[in-house]
Design a protein around this ligand. Structure first.
Ligand code: OGA
Ligand code: MN
Length: 292
């Protein structure tokens, strides 16, 4: 990135963690974003996998407009839809605004996000990125989101392990990850609309050409392996990527905008608050094609 780009209109990129994440300052997404600033953001995103933009008091339209610059958006077809068809609403409150009590079925649904995953890996074209806006953020219970790089995870594997993983194919199945928590909250026809898909366990990150693991809590099994053995391998690789010193944990403030690259970053919710409301709006960028 050139110094000219860095200096453009006050926009700046600074690292948040040695292995993943950077903060962007000098941008107000309520205002039109010029092409040079956008390119600074895109480059930083490709490089750092997670970006934090603080104090972005945007509405759904502005969030969708920003997200669209990166590619086609996923339409929200699931139970958690907000009013805007491209906004997915993550909330721990019921329709009356009360925090969902522990044990409530809707809370179980949030638990799916508490396992390490990448978004929509259960689709034939997995999500390229997700852009999450903190609309209501708990002050005491926090509800941090944790991130880890699958590119760094791959890079740091012993060479013989890399060779052993080459060519393996994982089956990702939303019905499977839901089944770990859900007791019928999501209508069967929504689950049936996303049948299991196959993706390589090691992929290339298109913008950088770097190799990356592609593991996710949505993986149901590894082809050609006994189910339990495949699941154990996936668990081992996720643990490897998420060794504590490799994890960036984001502590939310209201109106933080956090975006991540689902092609090479894992994430999870750490705490689902039990007394304070937490409301996040997500726009999801669809992938550019099948996993490379
Ligand atoms: C998501 C997600 C985690 C969180 O939005 O895809 O997994 O902390 N969120 O809300
Ligand atoms: Mn997610």
């Amino acid at each position: 990135m050139s110094m000219a780009a860095l200096a453009h209109a006050g926009i700046a990129v600074s690292g948040l963690h040695p292995h993943i994440g950077a903060e962007i300052t000098g941008v107000d997404l309520r205002q039109p974003l010029d092409e040079t600033s956008f390119e600074v953001i895109r480059e930083a995103w490709n490089r750092h996998s997670v970006l934090v933009l603080r104090d972005q008091r945007i509405d759904d339209e502005q969030q969708v407009e920003f997200a669209r610059r990166f590619g086609t958006l996923e339409e929200t077809t699931f139970t958690v839809a907000a009013d805007n068809p491209y906004i997915y609403k993550l909330s721990n409150v019921d329709d009356e605004g009360n925090v969902l009590p522990i044990g409530s079925r809707k809370r179980l649904f949030l638990d799916v996000n508490a396992r390490w995953h990448t978004d929509s890996s259960f689709r034939p074209i997995p999500a390229m990125g997700s852009i999450l806006s903190g609309r209501e953020v708990p002050g005491k219970e926090h509800g941090d989101t944790a991130f880890a790089s699958m590119r760094v995870g791959y890079e740091t594997l012993p060479e013989e392990k890399k060779r052993a993983l080459e060519g393996l194919v994982a089956v990702h199945d939303y019905g499977y990850s839901l089944s770990l928590f859900d007791d019928g909250l999501i209508p069967q026809n929504e689950i049936d609309s996303v049948p299991p898909v196959r993706h390589p366990l090691v992929r290339t990150h298109p913008p950088t050409g770097l190799r990356s693991l592609f593991v996710s809590g949505h993986i149901e099994r590894i082809e050609g392996m006994p189910v339990e053995e495949g699941r154990a391998l996936v668990a081992e690789l996720i643990e490897w990527c998420t060794r504590p010193e490799y994890v960036y944990r984001h502590r939310w403030s209201r109106y933080d905008l956090v975006m991540w690259d689902n092609r090479c970053a894992l994430h999870r919710a750490t705490v689902i608050p039990t007394t304070e409301p937490r409301l996040m709006h997500r726009a999801t960028i669809a992938g550019e094609g099948p996993v490379a």
